[in-house]
Design a protein. Structure first.
Length: 298
């Protein structure tokens, strides 16, 4: 019996040692590649390329939207919708939620490789969105953890949440919650209803396939899940939940109204600017005025 116990103990110790050595090796390999927090903590405005006629009428609009907000400008209800859904212990952990991580690991074992709930915290999701890493999955995930811990040491929780809400993609070329509110509802984020707030809070899981334009059924299911989480966490009462969950889908794409149709000319201008300035032409807020006159168009 003693011999069996010793064998089990030795095997367990060996596995732990191997795991620690693996983590140490990964840390030594990845640590020099971890960027400084300052390299991504400054968020700048992104505005689309707009092409006008010579008399100032909008012909076409191309590119991305991003309108950064300060922490105080983001509605409390929206913050709660994100936290209740994505990371309810955000203000308690240091970048890695050990409870969620253990739960995900248990699911991985129990479900033979399938995980039904994610283990990434908001800080780790932030890292994923700013890094664009293409390394193998283990290295990428471990790198996310390292950078998440680093971010948590250098930025406040409020700064992290603000950065996250300012840069995450919401589909339809919109980045950040303010741009998303204007893209789908044509209004500032502070003017959204509870149902609209929950709808936007559910998009980041699948920005293209799960937004209310490309995937309305999926988006409504996700919105209702957000509302359920908010109810469970006490962020809203049952009456508010009931009204919001029965709200109709009102989202549509709000672009600047095209005032003059000249698609061929706008495409020539777009290609020229793309050649001269690269992809930056789509997010620097460039205004291109052509020699086209609306009075000459039929």
């Amino acid at each position: 019996m003693t011999k069996v116990f010793s064998t089990i103990s030795w095997t367990f110790s060996s596995l732990i040692s191997a795991f620690v050595l693996t983590l140490t090796g990964a840390f030594l390999y990845l640590n020099p590649k971890i960027p400084d927090t300052q390299s991504f903590s400054q968020v700048t405005l992104k505005a689309p390329l707009r092409i006008y006629s010579d008399d100032g009428l909008l012909i076409q609009e191309f590119g991305e939207r991003l309108e950064p907000l300060q922490y105080e400008e983001i509605p409390h209800l929206l913050k709660q919708a994100i936290l209740d859904t994505e990371d309810k212990r955000f203000f308690e952990h240091s970048g890695i939620d050990l409870i969620t991580l253990v739960n995900a690991t248990w699911q991985l074992v129990r479900n033979r490789g399938a995980i039904r709930t994610g283990a990434s915290t908001i800080t780790m999701q932030l890292v994923k969105n700013i890094s664009g890493d293409t390394e193998v999955r283990f290295l990428r995930k471990f790198k996310e953890m390292l950078l998440a811990l680093k971010i948590e040491r250098e930025l406040s929780k409020e700064e992290i949440l603000t950065l996250y809400l300012n840069i995450i993609p919401f589909g339809k070329h919109s980045f950040g919650i303010q741009a998303a509110a204007k893209t789908y509802y044509g209004k500032d984020v502070g003017d959204l209803s509870l149902a609209q707030t929950a709808m936007l809070a559910g998009i980041p899981q699948a920005p293209e396939a799960g937004n209310p334009i490309n995937g309305p059924v999926r988006a409504i299911k996700r919105r209702n899940l957000v509302l359920q989480r908010m109810l469970e966490q006490g962020s809203i009462d049952h009456n508010a939940y009931k009204n919001a969950i029965n709200a109709e889908l009102t989202a549509k794409v709000y672009n600047r109204k095209i005032e003059l149709s000249a698609l061929y000319a706008s495409e020539i201008v777009r290609r020229r600017l793309l050649t001269d300035y690269g992809r930056n032409a789509y997010n620097q807020g460039m205004l291109a005025y052509t020699t086209i006159s609306s009075k000459m168009q039929v």
